[in-house]
Design a protein around this ligand. Structure first.
Ligand SMILES: *Cc1c(COP(=O)(O)O)cnc(C)c1O
Length: 356
C-alpha cells in the first residue's frame, strides 16, 4: 500500500475517509519532439490515464474519497448522474461494485459515438439501476437539477455523488494529485512547470489542482479548458468548490488559503458547438498528438484541452508546459465483450445502439 502524498505531508488529514483504488503516483513523461513541434521549451504529460488498471482517468482519484466516505457512513448504494457516455458514471459503477455497493445513475442523452456505446456496454456489466431523462441531445441544467431532486427524494439510503464526482470530498483527490506532482518535482523527475493545462468539465479536477498547487507552494499557473456549458464550468463555481474543499482540510486543523474567482483561469474558446461535439481544432490537435504519442485523446474532453494548450502556448519558446491527461487508457474490450445490453440496460437505451 502506498501512502497518499496528502496524508504523508499533512498527517492531520489522515482522519479523512478514503479507500485505495488507484496505483499512485502516476508517471510524468517528457515529450521533447512534440514540445519542439508546438514551439515550447518543454512538454510533460501527467499520466492520469493510468490511475488504475480496471479503469483509469481522473474519476478514480475522486472516488477514493467519495466511496471511502460512503463506506465510512455504512451506505449500501451510491447515486450519481451523468450523460449516457459519462466516464464518471462508468467509473463510479465499476468501483462501487468492486466495493460491494449498488450503483444507481440518472442519465441524459448526448451525441452518440462508438466510444459512448462502448462506455454504455462496459457500464451494463456492473448491472446498474439506471433512469434516463430528457429526449434531446442534452437537457437544461435547471431541469436536470429538478430531476435529480425528485429522483433522490424517492431514493432509499442515498449516498449522492454529484456529476463528475465534483463534491468537496472528490476534489480532495486532486489536492492530493497536485501534492504528488510537487513531490515528483522535488525528486527531480521534472522541473516546476510554468503552466498546467487540464480539461474543465464539472471543474473538480481544476479546483483540486488550484488548491493543491497553492498548498504545495508551487508557483505554476493552472489553466482549465472548458468543454461543457458555461453554467457548469466557470471561475465562480471552481473557486467555490475549492473553498468548500478547503473547509474539509481546515476541519483537520490545516491552514488553507482562500481561492477567489479571479484566481481561476478558464479558457472558453475550445468548446465549439457544445459538450461532446467534436471541433476541427480538436481533430488537428489529435493528429499532432498521434504522431508522437501511443495512447489516445478523445474528442469530448482531451482533444479540446490539448488544442487549447497548443493555441495558447505555441511559439512560447522556453515555456515549460504540463498537460494533465484525464482520459482512461484502460482497455475496455473485455468488459465490452462480456456485456449483454438487452439484459442489463433498460429498454429505452436500445435506440442509441439502433441509431448507429
Ligand atoms: C470527467 C472528465 C473530465 C472533466 O473533469 P472535471 O473534474 O469534471 O472537470 C476531463 N477529462 C475526462 C476524460 C473526463 O472523463
Amino acid at each position: 500500500m502506498t501512502q497518499l502524498e496528502l496524508f504523508r505531508r499533512f498527517p492531520q488529514t489522515e482522519q479523512l475517509a478514503h479507500v485505495e483504488l488507484a496505483e499512485l503516483p502516476t508517471p510524468v513523461v517528457a515529450h521533447e519532439q512534440l514540445a519542439h513541434e508546438i514551439g515550447i521549451g518543454g512538454l510533460w504529460v501527467k499520466r492520469d490515464d493510468r490511475t488504475a488498471s480496471l479503469y483509469g482517468g481522473n474519476k478514480v482519484r475522486k472516488l477514493e474519497f467519495l466511496l471511502g466516505d460512503a463506506i465510512d457512513q455504512n451506505r449500501s448504494r451510491v447515486w450519481t448522474v451523468g450523460a449516457i457516455g459519462s466516464h464518471h458514471v462508468l467509473a463510479t459503477s465499476l468501483y462501487a461494485r468492486q466495493l460491494g455497493l449498488q450503483p444507481h445513475a440518472l442519465q441524459f442523452p448526448q451525441p452518440v459515438t462508438d466510444h459512448v456505446l462502448d462506455v454504455l456496454r462496459a457500464l451494463s456489466t456492473t448491472r446498474p439501476r439506471l433512469q434516463l431523462v430528457g429526449s434531446k441531445h442534452t437537457l437544461p441544467v435547471k431541469m436536470l437539477q429538478k430531476h435529480v431532486k425528485d429522483w433522490l427524494s424517492r431514493a432509499h439510503d442515498p449516498y449522492y455523488i454529484p456529476g463528475g464526482g465534483s463534491a468537496p470530498r472528490g476534489v480532495l483527490g486532486y489536492v492530493n494529485a497536485a501534492l504528488e506532482l510537487a513531490h515528483q518535482i522535488d525528486e527531480g523527475e521534472l522541473p516546476c512547470p510554468d503552466v498546467i493545462y487540464v480539461a474543465a468539465g464539472t471543474c473538480g479536477t481544476l479546483a483540486g489542482l488550484v488548491l493543491g498547487t497553492r498548498l504545495a507552494g508551487l508557483v505554476t499557473r493552472v489553466v482549465g479548458v472548458r468543454v461543457v456549458d458555461k453554467i457548469i464550468a466557470n471561475p465562480m463555481i471552481t473557486a467555490n468548490l475549492a473553498n468548500r474543499t478547503g473547509d474539509l482540510l481546515r476541519d483537520c486543523g490545516l491552514g488553507v488559503p482562500k481561492i477567489r474567482a479571479r484566481d481561476i483561469e478558464i479558457i472558453d474558446d475550445q468548446i465549439g458547438d457544445g459538450y461532446g461535439e467534436p471541433t476541427s481544432a480538436g481533430e488537428a490537435a489529435m493528429r499532432m498528438w498521434d504522431e508522437h504519442i501511443d495512447f489516445k485523446l478523445d474528442p469530448t474532453y482531451t482533444a479540446k484541452t490539448f488544442a487549447g494548450l497548443i493555441d495558447q502556448t505555441s511559439g512560447g519558446d522556453d515555456q515549460r508546459v504540463l498537460y494533465w491527461h484525464t482520459l482512461s487508457s484502460a482497455d475496455l474490450s473485455e468488459l465490452v465483450d462480456q456485456s449483454d445490453i438487452d439484459a442489463d440496460l433498460p429498454p429505452e437505451y436500445r435506440r442509441f445502439f439502433e441509431e448507429r
